[in-house]
Design a binder for this molecule. Structure first.
Ligand code: TYD
Length: 207
């Protein structure tokens, strides 16, 4: 059995990550891989309830409460979905993972990075994604692209400076983990971004 790999997608809201995820899952399935598509916060019954709380724009919470809830959902997600799937050779495609906590809670909410690192270590030990695709767009473009079908959630109501800090934190992660995180220029057209995703993923597919 070829062991599966753990791939995560990251980016600002409006970067176009969800569009690419749908296509990528299909592409990987067409290569004969068993793909488990999941998301954070969420991915389990408990995680989805925590997601509802985390996105509820009528609630206020301390930034560290927010970080703890993100990692609580993640602990459950690893236990119930990610680890079992990888153990049976499936490929896991997650719409966001821990880089989002460093970007949104660390950058956006300014939670101390060393605290997030403790939570990361506690929650996932040595488990890290094999590959992360980071869809990079300037904040203004991301905002423009958000289709407001649903009301803005507790993150989407934030101001530009919050998202600037989130983007800066994501770019810091790209610099810190250049082997794992692949920055994709998501200002390009959907088709151009798709080609970049395909190039990044091809190196990972079994021959
Ligand atoms: P998102 O995938 O953007 O949901 P949707 O496409 O339905 O709007 O994720 C929801 C939000 O959660 C997003 O604004 C980023 C935030 N988030 C964090 O702040 N920290 C985290 O660790 C994760 C996983 C997500």
């Amino acid at each position: 059995m070829t062991p599966g790999k753990f791939i995560t997608l990251e980016g600002l809201d409006g970067a176009g990550k969800s569009t690419q995820l749908t296509w990528l899952a299909e592409y990987m399935q067409n290569q004969g891989l068993n793909v488990v598509v999941t998301r954070e916060p969420g991915g389990t019954p408990l995680g989805e309830q925590l997601r509802a709380i985390l996105l509820d724009n009528t609630l206020t919470m301390h930034p560290e409460t927010e970080a703890l809830l993100m990692f609580s959902a993640r602990r459950e997600h690893l236990d119930k979905v990610i680890c079992p799937a990888l153990a049976q050779g499936d490929w896991v495609l997650s719409d966001r993972f821990t880089d989002a906590s460093f970007a949104y809670q660390g950058g956006g909410r300014q939670v101390a990075i060393d605290r997030l690192e403790i939570l990361e270590q506690w929650t996932q030990g040595v488990i890290q994604p094999d590959l992360t695709l980071y869809f990079d767009v300037p904040v203004a473009l991301g905002k423009q692209r958000i289709t407001q079908i649903k009301p803005a959630d507790r993150f989407e109501i934030e101001q530009t400076d919050f998202f600037q800090r989130v983007r800066t934190a994501y770019l810091d992660r790209v610099n810190k983990f250049p082997e794992r995180i692949n920055r994709i220029d998501a200002t390009q057209s959907i088709d151009e971004v798709r080609v970049a995703v395909e190039q990044a993923i091809k190196k990972f597919l079994p021959r």
